[in-house]
Design a protein around this ligand. Structure first.
Ligand SMILES: *[C@@H]1O[C@H](CO)[C@@H](O)[C@H](O)[C@H]1NC(C)=O
Ligand SMILES: *[C@@H]1O[C@H](CO)[C@@H](O)[C@H](O)[C@H]1NC(C)=O
Ligand SMILES: *[C@@H]1O[C@H](CO)[C@@H](O)[C@H](O)[C@H]1NC(C)=O
Ligand SMILES: *[C@@H]1O[C@H](CO)[C@@H](O)[C@H](O)[C@H]1NC(C)=O
Ligand SMILES: *[C@@H]1O[C@H](CO)[C@@H](O)[C@H](O)[C@H]1NC(C)=O
Ligand SMILES: *[C@@H]1O[C@H](CO)[C@@H](O)[C@H](O)[C@H]1NC(C)=O
Ligand SMILES: *[C@@H]1O[C@H](CO)[C@@H](O)[C@H](O)[C@H]1NC(C)=O
Ligand SMILES: *[C@@H]1O[C@H](CO)[C@@H](O)[C@H](O)[C@H]1NC(C)=O
Ligand SMILES: *[C@@H]1O[C@H](CO)[C@@H](O)[C@H](O)[C@H]1NC(C)=O
Ligand SMILES: *[C@@H]1O[C@H](CO)[C@@H](O)[C@H](O)[C@H]1NC(C)=O
Ligand SMILES: *[C@@H]1O[C@H](CO)[C@@H](O)[C@H](O)[C@H]1NC(C)=O
Ligand SMILES: *[C@@H]1O[C@H](CO)[C@@H](O)[C@H](O)[C@H]1NC(C)=O
Length: 806
């Protein structure tokens, strides 16, 4: 290869020496008197590119082209006469009339010309620059910017650094890439790559008229659908002015040799010259199947890595379910039912997606996101909105009307653009939850719709300081949380009357409320000792609102007014678990089936918090009074995320404030302040044992010994008398093996060492399978006899805060 390079240079050397004329001209320029013939070439001043005649592949046709000079593989980057080849080796490239560059064939006829140049005074020269650009200059005018003509304005199939793809609107010039017809034939192929100006400009890769791939609009730092690699070798730029709209890129390191090529199979390939060995293809477009234009049809999202690559947007259902079932996606999705316009809708946030194609749209770069939302809400046919530019806090407004096409989920780290999809208020919840609890949802969604309406109405009627911020980047797809007016909450709870108080949770009292429309709510008035700022509070509440699972109590809204911070939850008619299992000891106790369902439900909710919610929430205060029961006695965990929101440094493994309740706290947490998901597992174990025995861990007394409930269970386990542990109030017939199994699981969860406790997912596996053999539990935490019962007699439900003496 090195020999080839030096022989080329030798050839140039010979060329220069061969005639007097050659000596007098620089090797990168064609002048009127010095044309180049088939056996001659130009080399740019820095020896980067070479221009000359060549024959591609097996063809014998001759073309004038430009290729890299300093690499041994002849790589064509531009062809002048792509559609009009020359036959034989007698072609000449010269300056013709008016200063145009022309190619003359063997018969002496011009087969190709730059044709637009008309210089009447002065000499025109063609020069090959180090960028790979062939330019025509007037030798009498020193203008290195405005060329008479340049090959960069007439791209071939290759985009080099500094080339522009797009429009010069002043002269109507549209620079686009067009593939070769095939590998032997550089004539104009079917595949094009161009900037199109419909709506916000986007790059389109097409074969004939049909789109192969769409870049999405430029969002300030990258194209919506083409995530930028921070370590990329190129720096993409997009310029939009009244005169020009184009894409270009610069090199991060000028010594990189790279090109983007449109191949005739319909792929844009990014190649990099790998030192002195070969070209390496480092990126293709389309890159994966979600890049294929409209892969999932209208109103669906394409997600790489999901079991089903296509999924309908919320509120939409497959148009052709039979096809969809066999993974034929292009039919896309249609609305389940028409939106109840203009009432009862909200927006669901899709985070980190390529924005839909601009089929029917409205765009304005100076509208704010709030105005954008309001504008979308006003028009029934508006289906989604987003901000046009994501730089900084985001600006501009883009609305869609009708179908939403070609949405894809971007890989986690690269997605910055959020699209807000209009949905029915009833769709703002969790669909699975909805299936199970239709009745509950009707109530919840009704109240949500009303709350949201109140919220919108408030927003429109008066500018309020306390409106909720946009959901923060880094959160998962979700809705915005309605913000409520303190006046309405106060009215609903009779001014937080003590008659309405239904409990005292870890972070403040809870009141029952009745909205003016008859919807029941539970209102938690947060104690005012939180030092958190308003924004922090809102962010945390939004995080909590995004945790949605049928075993978690649903947060409906919140209210911030001065110092007052209030959370509004769905109302749970059956109250909390503690009143059921410890309450009326003589009355109707829970049957085993119910108890078991509650255990499994709590386990599922906890598993969701630990593993599936993406946020990895540790509850830190799981206890019987924090498990609420809906009208069908399904358990729902409440107060989740509160520790995170109000417990301070939630990311530190060791926390200075210990938030929790005696009796449920794991030893490592209560003593050292170290918490992990395993601390929740401990609390869960306590809860399981309480549910089975009907006794409170902390208030447990036995005439035989001074152990707490855990100690009691352990003692019976060792003595093989576990059956005595079971609540005597329970009905007579129950599957004894299942109950024993649950006791064993409870004991496994409260083991002293956090490492030995199972994770919530293995707990669920153990609960689910009748057959699997369980490990033998080891000694539980807090297995020491109590010396003094004084502390124990305090109200065990009081949440305590220990400030560590460090
Ligand atoms: C190129 O070919 C022409 C005739 O076509 C000849 O006059 C000239 O010497 C050749 N130059 C070289 C460098 O071979
Ligand atoms: C040229 O033709 C030969 C034989 O017909 C074939 O093996 C080779 O692949 C062809 N090369 C190109 C670039 O088409
Ligand atoms: C090319 O030249 C050869 C011989 O000079 C001739 O037979 C052939 O027809 C020519 N082809 C074209 C396309 O002009
Ligand atoms: C070139 O410009 C001159 C004077 O501006 C004009 O007379 C002539 O027609 C032009 N030629 C062409 C081919 O446009
Ligand atoms: C162009 O600039 C060069 C050097 O910058 C100078 O030598 C030359 O005279 C200039 N030509 C004209 C026509 O201004
Ligand atoms: C590419 O550019 C040419 C010349 O400006 C234009 O005629 C053609 O329509 C463009 N193609 C596309 C797909 O934009
Ligand atoms: C593209 O259009 C050309 C000319 O109309 C046609 O010959 C070719 O078959 C088309 N290609 C495809 C893939 O449709
Ligand atoms: C550019 O690349 C060359 C060769 O890979 C390397 O030696 C040089 O350090 C790089 N320069 C910068 C600024 O990264
Ligand atoms: C690369 O070269 C261009 C033009 O020569 C120059 O403007 C730019 O500063 C160079 N970039 C680096 C990183 O050296
Ligand atoms: C075009 O690029 C794709 C992806 O790299 C490749 O699979 C295909 O073979 C290429 N086609 C041609 C003709 O080079
Ligand atoms: C290419 O790599 C070899 C060693 O692998 C090194 O000696 C040589 O200098 C490199 N060339 C360039 C242009 O970086
Ligand atoms: C809603 O938007 C569509 C599409 O722009 C428009 O045709 C229609 O007139 C608008 N309706 C209202 C009520 O503004």
């Amino acid at each position: 290869m090195e020999t080839l390079g030096s022989s080329l240079r030798f050839f140039i050397f010979i060329t220069l020496l061969s005639t007097e004329a050659e000596l007098s001209r620089s090797a990168d320029t064609i002048t009127l008197s010095q044309p180049i013939r088939d056996n001659e070439t130009l080399v740019s001043a820095g020896a980067k590119f070479e221009l000359g005649f060549f024959s591609p592949g097996n063809s014998s046709n001759r073309y004038v082209g430009i290729w890299f000079y300093n690499i041994p593989v002849k790589t064509i980057v531009w062809v002048a006469n792509r559609d009009v080849p020359i036959n034989g080796s007698s072609g000449v490239l010269q300056i013709g009339t008016g200063g145009n560059l022309v190619i003359i064939n063997e018969a002496g006829r011009a087969v190709w010309s730059t044709s637009t140049v008309n210089v009447t005074s002065g000499n025109v020269a063609a020069q090959l620059l180090d960028s790979g650009n062939l330019v025509l200059i007037n030798e009498n005018i020193n203008d290195s910017e405005n060329f008479l003509w340049q090959s960069f304005d007439h791209p071939f199939d290759t985009l080099l650094a500094g080339m522009k793809l797009g429009w010069d609107l002043r002269i109507g010039l549209n620079r686009n890439l067009t593939s070769w017809r095939d590998s032997d034939d550089p004539s104009t192929g079917d595949v094009t790559y161009a900037v199109e100006l419909q709506g916000l400009p986007q790059k389109f890769l097409r074969r004939n008229a049909s789109v192969i791939q769409r870049s999405g609009p430029w969002e300030g730092i990258q194209f919506s659908g083409v995530p930028m690699n921070p370590n990329a070798i190129i720096k993409p730029e997009f310029v939009t002015t009244a005169q020009e709209v184009y894409y270009t890129y610069q090199l991060n390191n000028n010594s990189t040799i790279t090109r983007a090529v449109l191949n005739h199979s319909g792929t844009l390939q990014r190649w990099v010259w790998n030192n002195n060995t070969q070209w390496t293809d480092i990126h293709d477009l389309p890159n994966d199947s979600c890049d294929e234009y409209a892969k999932c049809g209208p109103n669906a999202v394409c997600t790489i890595g999901d079991a089903l690559i296509c999924s309908c947007l919320t509120g939409y259902t497959p148009k052709l379910p039979q096809e969809w079932a066999v993974h034929v996606w292009p039919g896309g999705c249609v609305k389940k039912k028409p939106l109840n316009c203009p009432k009862g809708e909200g927006f669901q946030k899709l985070k980190g997606v390529k924005v839909p194609d601009m089929l029917s749209y409205w765009v304005n770069t100076s509208t704010s996101l709030d105005e954008c939302r309001a504008k979308c809400l006003k028009n029934c046919t508006c289906t989604a909105y987003t901000n046009a530019d994501i730089v900084g806090k985001g600006s501009g407004c883009l609305l869609w009307y009708g179908d939403l096409l070609d949405i894809r989920k971007l890989i986690e780290s690269s997605g910055n653009q959020n699209v807000f999809i209009r949905v029915m208020a009833s769709d703002l919840g969790n669909p699975k939850w909805k299936l199970r609890l239709v009745a509950a949802v009707v109530t919840a969604s009704l109240s949500l719709a009303i709350l949201m309406l109140i919220c919108f109405w408030r927003r429109r009627t008066k500018k309020r300081v306390g409106t909720i911020s946009k959901p923060q980047a880094g959160s998962e797809d979700d809705l915005e949380l309605p913000i409520l007016d303190l006046e309405d909450i106060t009215k609903a709870t009779n001014s937080f009357s003590s008659l309405n108080k239904i409990g005292e949770g870890g972070f403040g009292p809870v009141y029952k409320g009745l909205m003016s429309d008859g919807v029941q709510i539970a209102v938690k008035r947060l104690s005012q000792n939180s030092r958190q700022g308003c924004d922090e509070f809102k962010n945390e509440v939004l995080l909590i609102a995004r945790l949605q699972h049928r075993n978690l109590v649903k947060l409906l809204g919140c209210c911030i007014d001065g110092e007052e911070r209030v959370l509004v939850y769905e109302y749970m008619p059956n109250g909390s678990l503690d009143s059921l299992i410890f309450g009326n000891r003589a009355g109707n106790s829970l049957v085993w089936r119910r108890r078991f369902n509650i255990i499994v439900g709590v386990a599922r909710g906890l598993l969701y918090l630990h593993r599936d919610s993406r946020l990895r929430i540790i509850h830190r205060d799981l206890k019987a009074s924090n498990v609420l029961l809906d009208s069908e006695m399904n358990p729902k965990i409440s107060d989740f995320g509160m520790a995170r929101a109000f417990g301070g440094d939630q990311f530190l493994e060791k926390t200075k404030r210990v938030v929790g309740t005696y009796g449920y706290m794991s030893p490592e947490y209560a003593i050292d302040g170290i918490f992990s998901t395993k601390s929740d597992v401990f609390s869960f174990g306590v809860l399981v044992l309480e549910i089975i025995s009907g006794r409170k861990n902390r208030e447990f007394h036995h005439y035989d010994h001074n152990f707490n409930l855990l100690g009691h269970a352990w003692k019976l386990w060792l003595q093989g008398e576990t059956i005595e542990f079971i609540d005597e109030q329970m009905e007579d017939s129950f599957p004894i093996s299942e109950v024993m199994r649950c006791i064993q699981i409870g004991l496994l969860c409260v083991q002293q060492s956090p490492e030995q406790r199972p994770t919530m997912s293995s707990v669920l596996l153990m609960l689910d399978s009748e057959s699997a053999s369980l490990p033998q539990p080891k000694q539980p935490g807090f297995y020491t006899e109590r010396i003094n019962d004084k502390i124990d007699s305090e109200n065990s439900e009081l949440t305590i805060t220990i400030v560590e003496g460090r």
